[in-house]
Design a protein around this ligand. Structure first.
Ligand SMILES: *Cc1c(COP(=O)(O)O)cnc(C)c1O
Length: 362
């Protein structure tokens, strides 16, 4: 039997009855945009993350764009972002007319190397965008310390880190904002596009709610240049159902990760484990010098894997002349060698044992 990398039909099948009930209720209500479903999901998700507020938006990218837009930044201001990230983190900076300044990762954690941030801070630096890649939190203690010293905002890209924690504190609860994606494959995934911004305090609550809805608080009264970036009622209803199972899903992924941790032999570079970090294994990345050969070998043995990601941001066509030239060799090294193993809510321990066995025979 083929082991797929991910199978969203299997992931969502357990919720069919609840989804159908939610859909029937919504259809009957006749209210599809910004209503009680969005409000109750926002309340539940803020409580889950441990923040005071959550504002639902249309996608993870929009969550990042609007979080940055709500700050008093000027065109050309600089934002520190990891060089080793998904392109969305950098796009969010660019869509705000800001300048992304890339910092190399820690080769152990694959997250931004906090010790390399200060060398890239200039008088125009206004924020740090920390990305919790693959389901592991960044070194937020160090990042917040640097941000405090230089008076920088901190935005967390939590798209891969729903429920991940450091010393019991969850992603989205460290910086000024947490930006989440609920893209279907994420640990908490909708049945379409969806996202959210989490934060403490009331200062920017009204601003963010207006930004997502045409800059208006009251219909047809536009206070600012806003967006149409609303979380749909139907997606909020589906997400509220799945949120109740998020801890269980994360725990399941943790158990699968442990099978890899304990079973794989030493030809593979394994993801690092650190005290006080509770990872949620959005992705289980191993590294191998013959990554492409390894991937083909697994495919020949009916195991599908993925590469997150094949082309680093600084080598993307769209980023030529946008990202400053620098030495991004660690980022490149990771992109050349990383392989994502199956670690989904839909996989059984038995399947993962088979992946381990095949890998060890490579
Ligand atoms: C998925 C993802 C995003 C973007 O989320 P969308 O909902 O697809 O817009 C942003 N950052 C990271 C790190 C992601 O993995």
């Amino acid at each position: 039997m083929f082991i797929e990398y991910e199978d969203l039909r299997r992931v969502n099948a357990p919720f069919q009855e609840e989804f159908t009930g939610a859909f029937a209720g919504l259809l009957k209500s006749g209210w599809y945009i910004l209503g009680s479903q969005v409000e109750s999901f926002e309340t539940a998700f803020a409580a889950y993350c441990g923040t005071e507020h959550c504002v639902g938006v249309a996608s993870g990218l929009d969550a990042l764009v609007l979080a940055l837009r709500s700050l008093d930044l000027k065109p050309g201001d600089e934002v520190i972002v990891p060089a080793n990230t998904y392109i969305a983190s950098i796009l969010a900076v660019l869509h705000n007319g800001l300048k992304p300044v890339l910092v190399e990762p820690d080769i152990q954690t694959y997250n931004i190397d906090a010790s390399k941030i200060e060398a890239k801070i200039s008088s125009r630096t206004k924020a740090i965008l920390a990305v919790h890649l693959y389901g592991k939190l960044c070194n937020m203690e160090a990042i917040l310390e640097i941000a405090g010293r230089h008076q920088l905002y901190v935005v967390e890209d939590c798209a891969q880190a729903h429920g991940a924690s450091y010393k019991g504190k969850k992603a989205g609860n460290f910086g000024d904002f947490g930006a989440f994606s609920f893209y279907p494959t994420k640990n908490l995934g909708a049945l379409g596009d969806a996202g959210a911004i989490t934060f403490q305090g009331n200062e920017r609550l009204s601003l963010l709610k207006q930004l997502r809805n045409y800059g208006s608080e009251k219909k047809y009264h536009n206070n600012m240049v806003g967006f149409n970036s609303r979380l749909d009622e139907i997606q909020a209803a589906f997400l509220a159902i799945k949120l109740k199972h998020l801890d269980r899903i994360n725990q399941h992924k943790r158990e699968l990760a442990q099978i890899y941790d304990q079973g794989l032999n030493d030809q593979f570079i394994m993801p690092v484990k650190q005290d006080d970090y509770e990872d949620v294994h959005h992705i289980y990345p191993i590294r191998h010098p013959e990554r492409d050969k390894l991937r083909q070998y697994l495919l020949d043995h009916e195991i599908r894997t993925e590469v997150h990601y094949p082309i680093p941001p600084h080598r993307q066509k769209a980023m030529q002349g946008v990202i400053e030239k620098d030495d991004y060799s660690l980022t490149t090294e990771i992109h050349d060698t990383v392989l994502s193993l199956p670690v989904s809510a839909c996989h059984s321990a038995e399947e993962i044992h088979r992946v381990v066995e095949m890998l060890n025979r490579f």
